[in-house]
Ligand binder design. Structure first.
Ligand SMILES: Nc1ncnc2c1ncn2[C@@H]1O[C@H](COP(=O)(O)OP(=O)(O)OP(=O)(O)O)[C@@H](O)[C@H]1O
Ligand SMILES: [Mg+2]
Length: 233
């Protein structure tokens, strides 16, 4: 669905990604793992159009994405939950969800919000609550729900586990799997909780210093000899 080929990118003059080949397969969950600073978030920023490609290509559903703005990409079916800042803290939950549909007609936004709320039973009682006062787990659910309001084909998540307790993290991961398996949304997820994300991923890329160090299934990663695996993780 989304394919990066020989992708170079960076900030200012500093190159961060070096010849990245990576694909998010339709209907699957693709995980990107790797140490701090490896370039994981940078890949998602390139995919969402927040950073330009220096070299290489970025295709989505057979179309060249290079040069398309983030808003155009949302219309094409790509959505992104960035690392950290999850919700618009001053707005209430309903307003946060509606922001996922700014490119859709008003009536459709209301329908989408209603449909998505059925997926997140903890949210309807909190629609009027200021999002900044929600718990971390609830805020993450709002962020995912907001992304889904945009009717994405591809949902990109940057470290959804950040700051969540193990129990809440379990709920969030189960929701991601449900969104993928039951609703057919393709998922690309960046995660430092390696064991957790390998349990739900179909394919995994391990990034080291801006390069792909490993690409394969979680089972293939687990089957590599210990000494080699240490190089990937
Ligand atoms: N806005 C920026 N300006 C300059 N350099 C940046 C910027 N954002 C990231 N970098 C640098 O790019 C490199 C890759 O950063 P990136 O955020 O992609 O890493 P990451 O793998 O997501 O790490 P983490 O696990 O800590 O989130 C790092 O060296 C970082 O310092
Ligand atoms: Mg990051």
């Amino acid at each position: 669905m989304l394919t990066l080929k020989a992708a170079d990118a960076g900030y200012g003059k500093k190159q961060v990604l070096f010849g990245i080949d990576l694909a998010a397969q339709t209907g699957k969950i693709t995980a990107i793992i790797g140490p701090n600073g490896a370039g994981k978030s940078t890949i998602l920023k390139v995919a969402h159009g927040l950073l330009p490609l220096w070299n290489g290509s970025l295709m989505f559903d057979g179309a060249d994405l290079n040069g398309a703005s983030p808003a155009q990409r949302v219309r094409q079916g790509i959505t992104f939950c960035p690392q950290g800042n999850r919700v618009f803290g001053e707005l209430n939950v309903r307003e946060n969800l509606e922001l996922g549909g700014t490119h859709l007609p008003k009536k459709e936004v209301a329908e989408r919000v209603a449909a998505i709320l059925e997926l997140f039973p903890q949210l309807p009682p909190r629609l009027k609550q200021t999002a900044g006062t929600l718990s971390g787990g609830e805020q993450q659910m709002v962020a995912i729900a907001r992304a889904l309001v945009s009717k994405p084909k591809l949902l990109m998540l940057d470290e959804p586990s950040l700051g969540l307790s193990p129990n809440v993290l379990k709920d969030v991961f189960e929701k991601i799997v449900e969104v993928n398996r039951t609703h057919g949304v393709t998922v690309m997820i960046v995660e430092q909780k390696v064991r957790k994300v390998l349990a739900i991923a179909d394919h995994v890329y391990s990034l080291k210093l801006g390069k792909v160090a490993f690409s394969g299934s979680p089972a293939e990663l687990a089957a590599t000899p210990e000494t080699l695996r240490k190089l990937f993780l």
